[in-house]
Structure formats: structure tokens, C-alpha cells
Design a protein. Structure first.
Length: 278
């Protein structure tokens, strides 16, 4: 089976239609994209992971091909639970990137019985006391966003998160920059409406001791200071959590160093399955 050719399908979920794709057999593995991206960011993982797992990726509501429904408030965690119900999945490994990593963590806390393991790629922890340093592009990003200049705002997001700290746009594969920039324009178009409709869970930092599943935090050495600080925070506050630094990458190690990222993820999942937590 050519997993690169799996068709996008739509699921009726909590009053909305979520775009999703499924490939492979075996135990389910869910991929949640960054909030400046869409599910296509997982393409370098698609074939490698679906050889071993029933791999599911989808566009969050208001991202990619999944549209917002103006009259419906929603929670990303509930959307994911409903999507898994739709697909007949009771329990899965859950992996998310950046804001998707935050959603994966929140899902683990809200629906603990449905998560076999948690992988966060540069994910945030709402309410965590972590180090933060304002990127030099921040003021320009705020100005562009307030002016409705979505192209400029998306480019600045790419500079902050894809280029990262200490690198210029010339140091990064232009295909990666273009992929994230195009997806972020769509995300930014829906940002104001989404923020009015989205119901956020309570801060995850107050509940990290409740995470009992095997947990891995992956991050890059060119990422923003807060991400490395969050990696330490997760490792120090989630029982048994591991952290793994992938060099020569910023916020998207899965895109910049896919072979290493895939190796680390598959080794972690094999270890989880061979040594289940008591």
C-alpha cells in the first residue's frame, strides 16, 4: 500500500467536519499538528509510522481543511475524543507538536483511559513556570496581526519557530518554510473567530502529577528558550518522563531531521510496548 496516496476523509464531529487520514494497521497512533501548521506537517513520518501502527492524522477545527462552525463552541480535546469514537478507537498513542503537543497533554489529562503514551514535540504546558525570552520579531508579529497582514504575520511566525534562534531564513530548507507559512495563513484567518469559540481546559501545569502514561518530550537546539525550559519542566514533573534533544533543528525536528525523529519515536513506542508501566 502506498501510504502517501491515502485520501483525505471528513468526519462529522461535534457539529463540525474534521478532515482526517488513516494508514496502516496495528495499535492506533494519533498525530496532532502545530497551531501554525496542518496535518501535512507529518508527511515525513507517514510511511515510517504507518508501517507499524494504525496512524491517524487530522486537521484541528479551524485549521487546514477542517472548517470552523460559527455557532458552535468546542474543545479540541472533545473533538479528538469524538474523532476516535468515529473511527472505533478506544485507546491510542498520542503525539502532538507545539500547540498540538499542548492538546495532546490536555487530552491525556481529560481522557486518561484513552491514552497509551504521550509524545510532545516542543509542546507547551499551560501555566508552567518556564523561562521565556521575547523573540526580536515579536513586536512586528503583533503589529502585522493587528493590521490583518496575514502573509507578513505568517512569515514572522516562520522566522520565530522554523528558523529559530541564531539562524537566518537561508539556513533552513525553503520547502519547510513554505509548508508552514502556507498553513499558518489559513490558521491566522480563523484565529479571531476560533479564540471566541474555543473553550480551554484548566492549566495543565497544575495537573502534571496526574500523567501516568509513558511520556517523551522531543525538542531542537535552535528552538526558543521556553521550549528547552519546558522540556526540563516536563521531565521534572511527570513521573518517568524522558526528554530528547535533536540537534540542528528548531521547532520542527520532525521536518528538519525526519530520520532521527522517526527513529526516536519508534524506539520509544517499542520500549513502551515491551515494558508496560505497572
Amino acid at each position: 500500500m502506498d501510504n502517501s496516496m491515502v485520501a483525505t476523509t471528513f468526519a462529522e464531529v461535534n457539529g463540525a467536519q474534521l478532515a482526517y487520514e488513516v494508514a496502516g494497521d496495528g495499535f492506533p497512533l494519533v498525530l496532532i499538528h502545530s497551531v501554525i501548521a496542518d496535518m501535512t506537517m507529518w508527511q515525513p513520518q507517514w510511511a515510517a509510522l504507518s508501517q507499524h501502527y494504525r496512524t491517524i492524522r487530522y486537521d484541528l477545527r479551524g485549521f487546514g481543511q477542517s472548517l470552523l462552525v460559527p455557532e458552535h463552541t468546542f474543545r479540541h480535546t472533545d473533538d479528538l475524543a469524538a474523532l476516535l469514537d468515529y473511527l472505533g478507537v478506544e485507546r491510542a498513542h498520542v503525539m502532538g507538536c507545539s500547540g498540538g503537543g499542548s492538546i495532546a497533554l490536555d487530552f491525556t489529562l481529560v481522557y486518561p483511559q484513552r491514552v497509551a503514551s504521550l509524545i510532545s514535540e516542543a509542546g507547551g504546558v499551560e501555566g508552567a513556570d518556564v523561562a521565556w525570552e521575547q523573540p526580536p520579531q515579536w513586536d512586528a508579529l503583533v503589529t502585522a496581526s493587528e493590521a490583518g497582514d496575514l502573509e507578513a504575520a505568517a512569515e514572522l511566525n516562520v522566522q520565530i519557530w522554523v528558523d529559530g534562534v541564531g539562524r537566518s531564513p537561508q539556513d533552513v530548507d525553503p520547502a519547510i518554510r513554505n509548508l508552514i507559512r502556507a498553513a499558518d495563513v489559513i490558521a491566522l484567518k480563523n484565529e479571531a473567530a476560533r479564540s471566541k469559540l474555543q473553550i480551554d481546559p484548566e492549566p495543565a501545569a497544575e495537573r502534571l502529577t496526574e500523567v501516568t502514561v509513558p511520556t517523551l518530550y522531543i525538542y531542537g537546539d535552535y528552538d526558543q528558550l521556553e521550549v528547552a525550559s519546558t522540556a526540563d519542566y516536563v521531565a521534572n514533573n511527570v513521573r518517568g518522563a524522558r526528554k530528547h534533544l535533536i540537534p540542528d533543528t528548531a521547532h520542527f525536528p520532525n521536518l528538519e531531521q525526519p530520520d532521527e525523529f522517526n527513529r526516536v519515536v519508534l524506539e520509544f513506542l517499542r520500549d513502551v510496548e515491551e515494558k508496560p508501566r505497572a
